[in-house]
Design a protein around this ligand. Structure first.
Ligand code: ATP
Ligand code: MG
Length: 260
């Protein structure tokens, strides 16, 4: 692990990068994870490495839809587990919903490593004190979060091969899916099945960002922390949702940042 001085202006970004490098070495991530992360970093740089007001709105809207859902699920890939695993376990504990590991290049080894990583994080999170404004038995809520994925007993209709494998109790059954860093064609298949697909993607031009029901154009670890606040505060759904407006807003921020 490299030392990043406290004073470095981009400390958080460098630490996240190191987490991805270490997790790749430990066999949790495919090599291409670094490329995906790099693309995210580039967009985050252009967006000023902070959560915009429109991203905040999209996180609130996502919170409200997850709260209203009958069968919500949080679907995580390797990068999401490494960067925001703990925060998303807290969100799942508040929502009382499962987390499903679902990765692009599915191998039994990586599925099993990511599963164990999340189970360990669950142990750590279960020992924490209650999150602010949340009342109840935290240890029990966290221990109840199911980590799905390994069983692979469900299918996403409309996709072929290993990409279609999912959990029957997770993605297959869900009406609302939070799926950070998803790829375009799976996002499209899930939308075509009538599910609400809430994505987190720093690239407002990606197919995923364009296909989703709600797109949070923000970095996953920042977005996950805010999402926790909003699911605890029980945010309400807006009457109409203009997702294209959210994407346009992100592009405007990038344009404005470059002319400053
Ligand atoms: P498309 O959606 O157009 O099919 P893709 O999904 O194939 O593109 P990838 O590079 O595989 O593109 O996906 C990575 C996506 O995740 C990129 O859009 C990138 O901006 C985004 N991303 C990477 N790291 C993060 C992060 N930490 N937080 C949020 N988004 C991220
Ligand atoms: Mg994508």
């Amino acid at each position: 692990m490299v030392e990043v001085p406290e004073s470095h202006p981009r400390k958080k970004s460098l630490l996240s990068r190191q987490k991805i490098v270490d997790a790749t070495k430990n066999g949790l991530l495919a090599d291409s994870a670094m490329i995906a992360h790099g693309r995210g970093e580039a967009f985050d740089y252009l967006l000023g490495e902070k959560t915009s007001n429109s991203a905040r709105l999209a996180i609130k809207e996502s919170a409200s839809r997850l709260i209203e859902s009958d069968n919500p699920v949080i679907s995580v890939n390797g990068n999401t587990v490494v960067l925001a695993g703990k925060s998303l376990i807290r969100v799942a504990a508040v929502l009382n919903c499962p987390i499903e590991v679902n990765i692009y290049y599915r191998t039994e080894e990586r599925m099993s490593k990511l599963n164990s990583f999340l189970e360990k994080q669950k142990e750590i999170v279960s020992q924490e004190k209650n999150p602010d404004n949340w009342i109840g038995d935290w240890n029990n809520a966290v221990q109840s979060v199911k980590i799905l994925g390994k069983e692979g007993d469900g299918r996403i209709q409309g996709l072929e091969g290993p990409r279609s494998i999912c959990s029957s109790q997770g993605i297959e059954k869900a009406d609302v899916i939070l799926v950070p860093l998803e790829d375009g064609d799976r996002c499209e298949a899930l939308v075509n099945l009538g599910k609400q697909v809430l994505v987190v993607d720093l690239n407002p031009l990606s197919r995923t960002a364009k296909m989703a029901t709600i797109t949070v154009v923000d970095e996953i670890s920042r977005a996950a922390e805010l999402l926790l606040e909003y699911v605890i505060n029980k945010e309400e759904k807006s009457a109409e949702w203009n997702n294209q407006g959210i994407l346009n807003d992100a592009l405007k921020i990038i344009a404005e940042n470059s002319t400053d």
